[in-house]
Design a binder for this molecule. Structure first.
Ligand SMILES: Nc1ncnc2c1ncn2[C@@H]1O[C@H](COP(=O)(O)OP(=O)(O)OP(=O)(O)O)[C@@H](O)[C@H]1O
Ligand SMILES: [Mg+2]
Length: 160
C-alpha cells in the first residue's frame, strides 16, 4: 500500500490524504494504521467516536471493493471539511452496492447498513471505468439512531 503525501492545506482549506490499496491480506490492517496516523495529525482523538466511524466506514467500503469487484488496486481517499471527515473509495466495477436485508442467522450482508449508520450522508457515482463510493462522517456519529431509522424504513417497505 502506498500513501500519497497528504497535502498540508488545500487552497479551499480542505485537508486530504489518499492511498492506493492492493488486495493483499494485510492491506486493511495497514490502511487502519495509516488512516489513524492521519486522523491524529488532524487533531482527532484516535479512540473517539468519529475516528471509530471513519475507520469502520472506510474499511467496510474497501473490503467491499476487494470482495465484490475485480479491482486489483483500490483507491481510497479521506478529506477534512470543517468538523466532518469525508471518505471515498474507487474501484473498477460499475456494479453499484445494493444494501441487503440480513436476517438474524445471516453471516454477512450488514456492511452497507453499518456504513449508512455511521454516516451523515453517503452515495455512489458510476463512471465509464468504475465507480466512486463516498460517505461523510460527522463529529458525533449516532449509529443507533440511524440504524433504527433504517430498520423502520425496511419494515415500512416490507409492509407496503
Ligand atoms: N464495491 C462493490 N462493488 C460491487 N458490488 C458491491 C460492492 N459493495 C457492495 N456490493 C454489493 O452490495 C451487497 C451488500 O454489501 P454489504 O457490505 O452490505 O454486504 P456484504 O459485503 O455482502 O457482507 P458483509 O459486509 O456483512 O460482510 C454485496 O453483497 C454486493 O452484492
Ligand atoms: Mg460488505
Amino acid at each position: 500500500m502506498t500513501e500519497a503525501p497528504p497535502s498540508p492545506r488545500h487552497p479551499l482549506g480542505i485537508t486530504r490524504a489518499a492511498w492506493t490499496v492492493d488486495c493483499a491480506p494485510d492491506a486493511i490492517g495497514s490502511l487502519r494504521v495509516n488512516v489513524t496516523r492521519v486522523l491524529r495529525r488532524w487533531g482527532l482523538d484516535p479512540d473517539g467516536d468519529q475516528a471509530f466511524g471513519v475507520l469502520l466506514v472506510l474499511t467496510e467500503m474497501v473490503t467491499n471493493s476487494s470482495v465484490h469487484s475485480d479491482s486489483g488496486l483500490i483507491d481510497a481517499e479521506m478529506w477534512r471539511d470543517g468538523d466532518n471527515i469525508a471518505v471515498a473509495v474507487m474501484d473498477s466495477s460499475r456494479e453499484e452496492p445494493v444494501p441487503r436485508s440480513a436476517g438474524p442467522d445471516d453471516e454477512s450482508g450488514r456492511g452497507l447498513l453499518l456504513v449508512r449508520s455511521y454516516s451523515e450522508s453517503s452515495g455512489c457515482e458510476c463512471w465509464p471505468t468504475g465507480k466512486r463510493m463516498w460517505a461523510v462522517i460527522g463529529p458525533h456519529p449516532d449509529p443507533e439512531g440511524n440504524a433504527l431509522l433504517l430498520a423502520s424504513l425496511g419494515e415500512f417497505q416490507t409492509a407496503v
